[in-house]
Design a protein around this ligand. Structure first.
Ligand SMILES: NC(=O)c1ccc[n+]([C@@H]2O[C@H](COP(=O)([O-])OP(=O)(O)OC[C@H]3O[C@@H](n4cnc5c(N)ncnc54)[C@H](OP(=O)(O)O)[C@@H]3O)[C@@H](O)[C@H]2O)c1
Length: 330
């Protein structure tokens, strides 16, 4: 099969397309013919060997995909050949075939094409679980989203608006902010043109209720300072490459709740809530209220450029990779 292969850790240019043997089927697993994949920030980190989990080289990167089931292990009873599915894995998705546990797959809702299904899982599930369960966002609350033009951020803007919040989007370019506005943000802040704290004080004089932070770095502290007393700050990721250090006296003085989220923890510790959230989120997708924005699409041969695009912070919403036809519509 054709696949993107990382033979040594490094920059995205270390990833090349090659012909390699397809992975063997495993117990309780299915083989999916991948039509489209998503390119995510952690893929860049895994290729650089800077992710929290190290994947031994050589390996096929890629952590989100959509396609059709082409082979099923005997132990699998709830998925058949021909089913349209989407799923995620740590690596292996930038290939014509991927073998994954049947239990890790979801059926693609009617009317959703392969590209949109491929890019849906990680960002939207993260945003939905963060807002619905971790932050317990309520209608009418003021939500501040950092990195609002990125995958998780833009999903948080969409989902926050769908849950009835008033959303303030923070991003680095007018282009990213325009997409955030089109996806439900009411207030827009370009943090490159003025200090974030000043802009948020002006827009939200009573303070925000919730901050979602997938970026870290210099933006986290002014965003936390912009919460009202008792507000919630959810740390989701560090796309800036810098894990911020927040003075603890701010937490004391403002009575804020600093919360963290990792999808994998919900699988282990809050499975019933995860299941409820999944049902609600798929309903929003089917209703067209949580459809991911694809800002750029690359072919498999251009996988290194796609990874570089994401590494450079140029992605608006999600980046799709067309692996094998048909990509869209499904
Ligand atoms: N906790 C979880 O379960 C979970 C799940 C999914 C993702 N994540 C993490 O969340 C973070 C964001 O993921 P994402 O998919 O939203 O990424 P993304 O689409 O690449 O967006 C990241 C945003 O961060 C900002 N940024 C600031 N400095 C950057 C830099 N040096 N390089 C790249 N981006 C930079 C950019 O916004 P501006 O240009 O507007 O500043 C960019 O839009 C990642 O660290 C990822 O690992 C965590």
């Amino acid at each position: 099969m054709r696949a993107a292969v990382c033979r040594e850790y490094g920059t995205p240019q270390a990833v090349r397309v090659d012909d390699i043997p397809a992975p063997p089927l495993a117990p309780a697993h299915v083989r999916v013919r991948v039509h489209a994949a998503a390119v995510n920030f952690p893929d860049v980190l895994i290729v650089a060997n800077r992710y929290q989990i190290s994947v031994p080289v050589p390996f096929v990167p890629g952590s989100e995909f959509a396609g059709v089931v082409v082979e099923v292990d005997d132990a699998v009873t709830d998925l058949a050949v021909g089913a349209r599915v989407f799923g995620s894995c740590l690596y292996g998705a930038f290939a014509e075939e991927v073998v994954v546990p049947a239990a890790s797959l979801s059926l693609v809702p009617d009317g959703i094409d392969d590209r949109h299904a491929a890019v849906f899982g990680v960002a939207h599930r993260t945003a939905y679980n963060v807002l619905r369960s971790v932050a317990a966002l309520m209608p009418g609350e003021e939500l501040i989203v950092l990195g609002a033009g990125g995958g998780v951020g833009l999903a948080a803007v969409q989902v926050g608006a769908a849950l009835g919040a008033s959303v303030t989007a923070v991003a680095s370019t007018p282009e990213k902010l325009a997409v955030a506005a089109a996806n439900g943000a009411q207030h827009l802040v370009d943090h490159r043109t003025r200090p974030l704290r000043d802009a948020l004080r002006e827009l939200l004089p009573a303070g925000g209720d919730v901050v979602v932070d997938p970026v870290g770095g210099d933006l986290s502290e002014p965003a936390l300072r912009s919460l009202r007393w008792g507000g919630r700050f959810v740390t989701v990721g560090y796309a800036s490459g810098v894990i911020p250090r927040i003075p603890l006296n701010l937490v004391l003085l403002k009575g804020v709740h600093v919360l963290g989220f990792q999808l994998i923890d919900f699988l282990t510790h809050r499975p019933a809530e995860l299941e409820r959230n999944e049902r609600e989120l798929l309903q929003l997708l089917a209703e067209g209220r949580a459809v991911p924005h694809i800002g750029a699409t690359f072919g498999l041969d251009d996988v290194a450029d796609a990874l570089q695009w994401v590494a450079d912070g140029r992605a608006i919403g999600k980046v799709a990779l067309d692996v094998a036809p048909p990509f869209a519509p499904g």
